[in-house]
Design a protein around this ligand. Structure first.
Ligand SMILES: [Zn+2]
Ligand SMILES: [Zn+2]
Length: 341
């Protein structure tokens, strides 16, 4: 089968590979659509610690079940599915606590320990596959993952109705946060970023205020909007260490900051400020318990994902997105790519 293989830092190539075989409890899925993720870019650069080449990336995966194995009861051949990319053992301490996404032996489709969906077929444990509603287009289905991950983060934030939120980073994750925060009852959602076209889209999707950090100091602007109090919650979805500092500064006393981005460097934080103002930092990774809700939110258009898609590509086009720096340099107004097979 045709696959796009990550061969090492800054190298991906299309290769002919053997079709993977599902083991007991797994299913073989024929790939139909895959969201291209910012973490794929981090793997491509060689910055993601758990990814080892050669690797087929692609974890925001959707397709048609082609083959099931012994013990699979929730799926039949022909089912259309989206996946939660976490692969877990079910036996370690964290699995037994119910925190399967923190499994001691965790794998992640297309990222860690298992080839992903930038190929004609991929293999997944059956419980990680979730049925798609009739009629949902494949490009839309590929973005369920970027709603499910922020949804898990929102579960951890437990926003109270009427609280105020600042979202840093108007990428697909940040644009999902804007919509989820509104759905969760936020009275004010501020979106912070650098690219005017992304901020404009954020406004269209429900941000009350947008701040371009090339034009305004975001800390001063947010404190002014909130009359000096600060927001209840800062969500850092850009992967920039500078934005973590800003998110902490714009939080009210006893506020909370969600660390959601993928970071390639460490931050040194003002610990005295955190101590004095009793701030809470939350981390969120993966999308446990979120897939069925994300499917419904996308299907009902409560969360709109189609306006985020700027590039629909085949495998050759995907190779170009990586090798021609389209993603890295955000060329051609790039926001979100989808591989369609
Ligand atoms: Zn992703
Ligand atoms: Zn486990």
């Amino acid at each position: 089968m045709k696959s796009l293989v990550w061969e090492g830092p800054f190298r991906v190539h299309i290769q002919e590979r053997e079709k993977p075989r599902p083991e007991k409890g797994e299913v073989l899925v024929r790939t139909r659509s895959v969201g291209v993720c910012g973490s794929d870019l981090e793997i491509f650069r060689g910055g993601f610690a758990h990814a080892v080449p050669p690797l087929v990336m692609g974890h925001e995966a959707c397709g048609i079940v082609e083959e099931i194995t012994e013990g699979v009861e929730n799926l039949r051949p022909g089912d259309r599915v989206a996946v939660d990319p976490a692969i877990f053992c079910g036996a370690c301490e964290f699995c037994r606590r119910g925190s399967y996404w923190q499994c001691d032996h965790r794998g992640i489709l297309g990222m860690q320990g298992r080839d992903g969906a930038y190929a004609e077929y991929f293999v997944m444990p059956a419980p990680s596959c979730f049925p798609l509603p009739e009629g949902m287009p494949w490009d839309e289905a590929a973005l369920i993952d970027i709603v499910a991950d922020p949804l898990h983060a929102m579960d951890m934030i437990s926003l109270a109705i009427g609280e105020t939120v600042a979202v840093f980073g108007p990428g697909p994750g940040g644009l999902s946060f804007v919509q989820l925060a509104r759905l969760a009852g936020a009275s004010l959602v501020i979106l912070v970023g650098t690219r005017p076209e992304r901020l404009a889209l954020g406004k269209e999707l429900g941000a009350d205020e947008t701040i371009n950090i090339h034009e305004q100091n975001p800390v001063e602007a947010i404190l002014e909007i909130t009359r000096g109090r600060g927001v209840d919650v800062g969500i850092e979805a850009s992967g920039s260490v500078g934005a973590i500092h800003q998110a902490l500064k714009v939080c009210r006393k006893q506020g909370r900051v969600m660390v959601f981005g993928i970071y390639s460097e460490n931050a040194s934080l003002d610990m005295q400020d955190m101590h004095r103002r009793e701030l809470t930092i939350l981390g969120s990774s993966g999308c446990p318990w979120a897939m069925p809700r994300a499917v419904e939110l996308v299907a009902s258009k409560r969360v709109r994902v189609l306006p985020m898609i700027t590039h629909r590509v085949d495998l050759e086009g995907l190779e170009r997105l990586f090798m021609d720096d389209v993603m890295e340099r955000r060329k051609e107004g790039y926001i979100k790519g989808v591989l369609l097979m």
